[in-house]
Design a protein around this ligand. Structure first.
Ligand code: MF3
Ligand code: CO
Length: 249
């Protein structure tokens, strides 16, 4: 069931989004060789709690942290750990949710640790740009397939593959609402986009195969071939005046 939001609710979602975006900015600025993913998680968590919000992921289906931190061939859902130290050349994807006044903001970005390879930079830049291509397609009257196709075609034209097992999603009082927002699809197909819908668009883009595997911790998702993956995400609103990014500092 798709829940349309009133303009008052969109305002609250903007506030939640600003907390999530601020936490992501603070976490991203902390990325450097030598820091542990546990420490990055603490920085994000403190930002969220200091803002009077709750880290949405913490306790979600038993998830043990405020953030997911996914390095190199880890696609998503990497669990922050005192034993994972960031190294020079790593690409570090950080995913953060904040719940504020009952509404959720969900966003992610891939950050560079020190100097990264040109290949890693190109993957990361392409994934960020793909998110914006998806957002541009998130216009009332379009369909979810238009977003999906915009992301997929942009990435595949550049030689990358799109993760299929995980998708973007509606967001609201719940982190995951309808509709599902895949990063692959057919223009003109799928749910029609209506003003008042709020969705998270989140391309997960791989250098090699689109296939992924889950580790025995029950969370960590890696590329099957061990090649790099990047992830960017924003929560956006569909409005009569076009897409509005809610996860903005
Ligand atoms: N941001 C992720 C998503 O969009 C959620 C992380 S899963 C959690 O699906 F369990 F850590 F919350
Ligand atoms: Co999400």
């Amino acid at each position: 069931m798709i829940v349309l939001k009133t303009s008052k609710e969109l305002q609250l979602m903007k506030e939640a989004g600003a907390v999530a975006a601020g936490a992501l900015k603070a976490a991203g600025e902390a990325v450097r060789p030598g820091i542990t993913t546990f420490e990055i998680d603490r920085i994000a968590r403190k930002f969220i709690e200091d803002a009077g919000a709750y880290p949405t992921f913490l306790g979600y289906n038993g998830y043990p942290a405020a953030t997911c931190i996914s390095i190199n061939d880890v696609v998503i859902h990497g669990i922050p750990s005192k034993s994972r130290t960031v190294k020079e050349g790593d690409i570090v994807s950080i995913d953060i949710g904040a719940t504020y006044k009952g509404y959720v903001g969900d966003n992610a970005a891939t950050f560079a640790a020190g100097k990264i390879s040109p290949e890693a930079k190109r993957l990361s830049d392409t994934t960020r740009e793909a998110l914006y291509k998806g957002i541009e397609a998130a216009v009332a009257g379009n369909r979810v397939g238009d977003i999906a196709y915009a992301v997929q075609s942009y990435c595949e034209e550049r030689g990358y593959s799109v993760v299929r097992t995980f998708t973007g999603h509606g967001v609201g009082t719940q982190m995951h609402e309808d509709p599902s927002v895949p990063n692959f699809g057919t223009p003109g197909r799928g749910q029609r986009l209506i003003p008042g819908m709020t969705i998270a668009i989140e391309p997960m883009i791989n250098m090699g195969t689109h296939e992924v595997v889950q580790l025995s911790d029950g969370w960590t998702i890696k590329t099957k071939d061990g090649k790099l993956s990047a992830h960017f995400e924003n929560t956006i609103a569909i409005t009569k005046d076009g897409p509005v990014i809610l996860t903005k500092v």
